[in-house]
Design a protein around this ligand. Structure first.
Ligand code: ADP
Ligand code: MG
Length: 227
């Protein structure tokens, strides 16, 4: 299995007026293609911080981050931008859909940013919508969808660009039981093509245990647990 993401001795300190807050103190993690990796940890332990650093959305205080074996410190700003568009997909607790755009337009969005034609983007988005059973919601606005449907559209959007690494932060955090199960199933199925990987952070132990690997973020470091 090829390595897709590696974190080495990742550190993050938030500077505050009177004392600095050391959240990550040397977290190590390697994720391979085809894997779902879940990170659990108490609220405030730094799960979102870790995810944001790994996705290069925030700057680290120390350590190294590798994508496909490439040290991300050696990438230029435009190369990082390019990676974000083509390599990564994001799913957050609140699906963060564009509220003025229909379901299919939301899924098309990353493709248009990549410079694909309207027609091409629509074709790919239609295929994705049917693969998640939401083709009959294509022209609905997000406000006309249930929480679970919104979250599945958000997942389709994360996948549409062809991303190989999906970051999910509490993706089932705000869903009811039924929607939670549907969303879980969809997320866990993402790496089944053997090419993708999912890094999931959650405080939902039940979901986390369904992942291929389970780690706990504790005291600023990651510890591998038995799922
Ligand atoms: P989790 O996702 O595990 O609940 P977070 O990563 O969101 O935890 O936050 C970890 C800690 O870092 C919390 O104590 C939080 O208050 C603090 N924190 C998060 N973001 C910032 C920031 N931008 N500035 C200062 N402190 C922050
Ligand atoms: Mg969080």
């Amino acid at each position: 299995m090829n390595e897709i993401l590696r974190l080495e001795k990742l550190r993050k300190t938030y500077a505050r007026a009177f004392d600095d807050l050391e959240i990550l103190k040397g977290a190590d993690l390697t994720i391979h293609e085809g894997e779902t990796v879940a990170i659990i940890g108490k609220s405030g332990s730094g799960k979102s911080t870790l995810l944001n650093l790994a996705a290069l959305l925030d700057s680290k205080s120390g350590g190294r981050i590798f994508y496909d074996g490439i040290d991300t410190d050696t990438l230029s700003a435009s190369e990082v931008e390019e990676r974000r568009r083509t390599f990564m997909g994001f799913v957050f607790q609140n699906s963060m859909l564009l509220e003025d755009f229909s379901a299919i337009e939301n899924v098309e969005f990353p493709l248009l940013i990549q410079g694909r034609s309207r027609k091409e983007a629509e074709k790919i988005a239609e295929k994705l919508l049917s693969s998640i059973g939401l083709e009959n919601r294509r022209d609905h606005l997000p406000s006309e969808l249930s929480g679970g449907e919104r979250q599945r559209i958000a997942i389709a959007r994360a996948l549409s660009s062809g991303a190989r690494l999906i970051f999910a932060d509490e993706p089932t955090g705000s869903l009811d039981e039924q929607s939670r199960r549907e969303t879980e199933e969809l997320i866990l199925s993402i790496p089944q093509d053997g090419r993708r990987a999912v890094l999931l952070v959650t405080h939902d132990l039940e979901l986390a245990r369904k992942a291929d690997r389970l780690l706990e973020l504790k005291g600023g470091c990651l510890e591998e647990l038995d799922p």
